[in-house]
Design a protein around this ligand. Structure first.
Ligand code: TYD
Length: 135
């Protein structure tokens, strides 16, 4: 399975009445979907705390508004801006990620491969670096 964060262009059904995009398990996801959650009512400019997962893989979509996802893979940083609802960012396990710079109307939909499990989280960047340091 893919181990790099990657942007996925979702299908778009263009329509004058409003466009439509979709995600089907196994087509736009490389994993069985076990959980959906969404982050909303975020004050503009707010930052969510960073973390990595040991096992959970996820796809993030900006259903509304925009935000930045900062990725750290133990070696380098990358920033992805999500601002269109036909783009999704797939984040494999073992990647540190922080979501920041929310616009005031942003909604982040997260499609996850695992049920919520606090013990799957690495919430401390120093512990993360120790676990994933390539050197
Ligand atoms: P968390 O994943 O830590 O969000 P962030 O890192 O963006 O702040 O989740 C915040 C809280 O919500 C945390 O106490 C756990 C709880 N939570 C659930 O109960 N179920 C879930 O599916 C998620 C994602 C979080």
């Amino acid at each position: 399975m893919n181990n790099e964060p990657r942007l996925i262009r979702l299908p778009i059904i263009p329509d004058n009445r409003g466009n439509l995009s979709f995600i089907e398990e196994g087509c736009q996801t490389s994993f069985p979907i076990q959980r959906l959650y969404w982050i909303y009512d975020v004050p503009g400019g707010e930052t969510r705390d960073g973390h990595a997962y040991k096992k959970n893989r996820e796809l993030i979509v900006a259903l509304s508004g925009s935000f930045d996802i900062e990725i750290f893979d133990g070696k380098g940083y990358q920033t992805f801006t999500l601002n269109r609802s036909y783009n999704a960012l797939e984040i494999p396990p073992g990647i540190w990620r922080e979501i920041n710079n929310f616009s005031s109307n942003a909604i982040a939909l997260v499609i996850a491969s695992e049920p919520y499990n606090e013990s799957d989280y690495i919430r401390d960047i120093e512990s993360y670096k120790q676990m994933y340091d390539a050197d």
